[in-house]
Write a protein of this length. Structure first.
Length: 76
């Protein structure tokens, strides 16, 4: 990606908070992409992992849903 801003007739500057939020979102997305890229590079180098070393998708799903439920606010 280019580091130069896209050419546009006029740009509206962001306030400090909005700019910080946009940068934080970009950093989080970049981190996710870097993680995916490293997994794909590992598969390309070493091949697919053995099924015996993996986690069934049902187990991964249930663990993820439990983590999400723990983060939810609850009303008494």
């Amino acid at each position: 990606m280019s580091q130069q801003p896209a050419t546009a007739p006029a740009r509206q500057p962001l306030d400090e908070h909005a700019a910080a939020s946009a940068r934080a979102y970009a950093a989080a997305e970049r981190a996710k992409t870097d993680t995916l890229a490293s997994v794909l590079e590992d598969i390309a180098t070493n091949g697919y992992p053995s099924p015996e070393t993996g986690v069934p998708w049902e187990v991964a799903r249930d663990e993820h849903l439990a983590r999400l439920a723990d983060r939810q606010r609850r009303v008494a």
